[in-house]
Design a protein around this ligand. Sequence first.
Ligand SMILES: Nc1ncnc2c1ncn2[C@@H]1O[C@H](COP(=O)(O)OP(=O)(O)OP(=O)(O)O)[C@@H](O)[C@H]1O
Ligand code: SF4
Ligand SMILES: [Mg+2]
Length: 367
Amino acid sequence: MTDATMTVDHLVVDFSTGDGTVRAVRGISFSLAPQEVLGIVGESGSGKSVTALATMGLLAKNATVTGSITYAGREILGLKEKQLAKIRGIGIAMIFQDPMTSLNPVYTVGWQIAEAVQAHQDVDKNEAMAKAVALLQLVGIPNAERRVQDYPHEFSGGMRQRVVIAIAMANNPAVILADEPTTALDVTVQAQVLDSLKTALAETKASLLLITHDLGVIAGLADRVLVMYAGRPVEIGTVDQIFYRPAMPYTHGLLGSLPRLDSQGAERLRQIPGAPPSMVGEMKGCPFAPRCPMRADICDEQEPNLAPVDSQPLDSPADGSGSAGSALDEIDDAGHVAACHFAGDVARLPVASMFPDTSADHEGVAP
Ligand SMILES: Nc1ncnc2c1ncn2[C@@H]1O[C@H](COP(=O)(O)OP(=O)(O)OP(=O)(O)O)[C@@H](O)[C@H]1O
Ligand code: SF4
Ligand SMILES: [Mg+2]
């Protein structure tokens, strides 16, 4: 995986608080290939944003971070703020849920895009403003020549997010991190913003780390999916592997809470009863056990590690030519791993059949 644009290896993030240590991220590893879109899904509090913020060096002061994060082959964890700021400008761009986090209300939209351009490119004011107009056109803002003069409050929420996408692509980043880029928006404008994001990817050839609650967004955009639960990845695979052969009960639960295409009228929603565990202090056993219909004694004793869903290629490659090296390659190629003692059995169950149908009483935890 040496050609990966970004790698995260055994990332652990703790926060010290008055109530004890919050173990927000408990060991996450993944790599982002050039132009790959990796989706991260999981319930609120599972550590998605903390993972993204760690890669950008943007965590609060009470965080302790260990592990490794490389960008373009270089370790970036522990870099000084000045060096990180440079990488943030030209290497890794970030899009947050609320566009006003990134936009300054007192400057025009054009000024802000032009400033991002001039921060890293040797162009004069007029050239930077011309680039701002071109970028606004690319993300689909009508009358871009005129609208560069407007202030953020004169734009709708969806258009503001498209401005943020324009700023993100201004310096041709290699990686874009998008944390819930459409969650705060009306359903009707979400698709437009996703289209702008697709344009940004096509123009910049960037890889995308896409954090979202919305599996529909993942289905439309991602190549691979990483499912997080209680600060750890519990399943990683291609979109097809995750959607059609989920091997971890929690993933089944998430898929069950997707509105079904075949439903008539009321959506058939299957919610996961219960809530995620507290992230303060040590955990014993599988963190999903209290909510899991397949829980067994071993689940309370041992937290399962990620392991290939098809164990066959690991032990006895089908062509009989296997060595330890080729077995590892097999994991990278197949890429479908899950953290469940019964992953093989779970993968054979009908998708999302594991949790009760709650469409009658329409409450529960959002995915
Ligand atoms: N500065 C902090 N101090 C203490 N705890 C924190 C801090 N920042 C985050 N956390 C905790 O870390 C855990 C993970 O938070 P994170 O924001 O990554 O969740 P998330 O998966 O992004 O959730 P959401 O879907 O709601 O955005 C949570 O328990 C959160 O309360
Ligand atoms: S390890 Fe056990 S409790 Fe955890 S998800 Fe698998 S079956 Fe459920
Ligand atoms: Mg978050």
